[in-house]
Ligand binder design. Structure first.
Ligand SMILES: C[S@@+](CC[C@H](N)C(=O)[O-])C[C@H]1O[C@@H](n2cnc3c(N)ncnc32)[C@H](O)[C@@H]1O
Length: 261
């Protein structure tokens, strides 16, 4: 079965460059803790690859064969790693490894791809079952609060808007990214269409792709309830990757949790 991210693989690294300080935050925390790390939804390896290059022992799990192939190619280009990286195609809602991990991480709002409460709980239960004693689960997601979601609803659009432009010098291309978002407030769901245009040096569009993403938003209290229900104790919640407190202006929430004994 084709995963939602398969058609994204060729464009992902150009368009999704991550959040400020994000990769460094996860990498430093995992290296400090040591032992084995698992990244759920590792994608093209934006976090797990530099972690393995810095000496970490990492398993990267992702549903998308296309995203994993990109990661594999980057790993080949990186040459011998100081640490270890093992890539696995699988579903973060139900996974099974013979080992436990000292750090399990889910960067870049990946949790928002779990569309139902059942999916969220299955994933969290699998995480809890794979955490080593004293191990840490770290994830970040969009800090959905009424004022922020109202702003999103305002942006609901049936028309595509330009979201960004990205030069790809090696291909002599400019990628133009447009998107439109429909919001289902009751279901807390974002139904996103993305149009990517590959524009050549003459300014002509030589290829157009229509991609799709479905995500749900989670409020801070919901996240706390979910973690608690699935057997975690929250050790910290931050509003950014410099570990500042979450406030009414935070756009991200970063949760650090441990297994409740
Ligand atoms: C926003 S991307 C994040 C990729 C990477 N962690 C990063 O920081 O760049 C979300 C990733 O989660 C993966 N994903 C979505 N649903 C999944 C699932 N049920 N199981 C495993 N991976 C999933 C997607 O294929 C995609 O690579």
């Amino acid at each position: 079965m084709r995963a939602e991210y398969d058609p994204w693989a060729a464009y992902y690294d150009w368009i999704h460059q991550g959040l400020p300080g994000e990769a460094e935050f996860y990498i430093l925390r995992a290296l400090r803790r040591g032992g084995h790390t698992l990244e759920l939804g590792c994608g093209t390896g934006r976090v797990c690859l530099p972690l393995a290059m810095s000496g970490g022992d990492v398993v990267g799990l992702d549903l998308s064969v296309g995203m994993l192939a990109e990661c594999q190619e980057k790993r080949r280009l990186a040459g011998p790693l100081t640490g270890r990286l093992h890539l696995v195609q699988g579903d973060m809602r139900r996974f099974s490894f013979a080992r436990r991990f000292h750090t399990i991480m889910m960067p870049y709002r990946t949790f928002m791809h779990l569309l139902t409460v059942q999916d969220q709980c299955e994933c969290l239960t699998s995480v809890r079952d794979h955490l080593a004693s004293g191990g840490e689960f770290i994830l970040n997601l969009w800090a959905a609060r009424p004022s922020v979601t109202t702003e999103q609803v305002r942006k609901t659009s049936t028309r595509f808007r330009l979201a960004g432009q990205y030069p790809v010098p090696s291909e002599g291309l400019l990628l133009r990214h447009f998107h439109r978002v429909r919001i289902d407030e009751a279901a807390q769901r974002l139904d996103e269409d993305h149009r990517i245009e590959e524009v050549n040096l003459m300014g002509s569009v030589q290829r157009r792709r229509l991609l799709h993403l479905d995500r749900v938003w989670v409020t801070p209290r919901e996240m706390e309830h979910l973690l608690c229900r699935c057997g975690f104790e929250v050790s910290a919640v931050y509003g950014d990757f410099e570990e500042r407190q979450i406030t009414n202006d935070s756009t991200e929430m970063i949760w650090v949790a441990m297994r409740k004994n």
